[in-house]
Write a protein that binds this ligand. Sequence first.
Ligand code: SF4
Length: 308
Amino acid sequence: MADKKIHCEQCNKPAVYLDREQGVHLCRDHLKESVENEVRRYLKTKSLPETLGVAFSGGKDSTALLKVLSEIRSELPCSIIALTVDEGIEGYRQDTIRAATETCLTLEIPHKIIRFQDLYGYSLDHLVSGSERNACTICGILRRRALEVLAQKHSISMIATGHNQDDHAQTTLMNAISGDVRKVFSGYGPSSWYAHRIKPFARVSEKEVTLYALLSGLFKDLPECPYAVSSLRGEVRTLLYQYEQKHPGAMRNAARCEEEIRERLGGTYHPEEYKACSVCGWPGSGTICQVCMVLGKDIPHHNTVTKE
Ligand code: SF4
């Protein structure tokens, strides 16, 4: 009987992955190598600081990113530090924080955690309980600031996030649906205020990232955030996967769309002026920043940063 096993295009070992778009099969070693090479290629285009922060939720994407960075650590001109935000989500965050701590110990990467409760005086659960407010919107606004506070505390000027190609495609579509053109240019924000964000998995698909985490033995079956179910991103994600099945390459094209608009505009786009928030002093587009709007004016001094 003929051997029906599918083999790697590069070494003839059993394949674990098919890139449908390219029609290429890869074995576990060559898939891992391909993901690591993509991250190497991306990082070569960046001017890395002394210490690179990694936004580390403990989920598969940021776990895979931390693993890749630890694999290529000897080639990097910087040290790595994992940064975790604990939003305070019952039944979800305890397990993911535990997983994050274990992974950092395994990879021997320093790990710092910041909690909404300590920074803002409230957990996310408390802030959305009994309200009609969208948890993900509030979470996104407060998490971005929390990560920034943690980065400043540890003198980190650049943060790598685990966003993959699929995330970018979803964001493109969500921005189109919301009609908020300003979000397309979010990379043009007040860079002198914030740590620079980089996305080493920008050209790696979610399937590749998940397989990388699985093959590295670091993938953990963790609970999903209870608020994710009702998110617009969840709906857009399902829609895009269905479309990708019918039209391979659609996800990649959508992911690169905003990037290309930004590249074509180059220096011709001038972002709106940011001004200091009258409550906390952080930058915002109005008199009061989004964080203070979410929390109300009667807030603790969450902008205080103490260097260790
Ligand atoms: Fe926050 Fe929404 Fe993500 Fe949950 S799913 S962690 S609420 S952004």
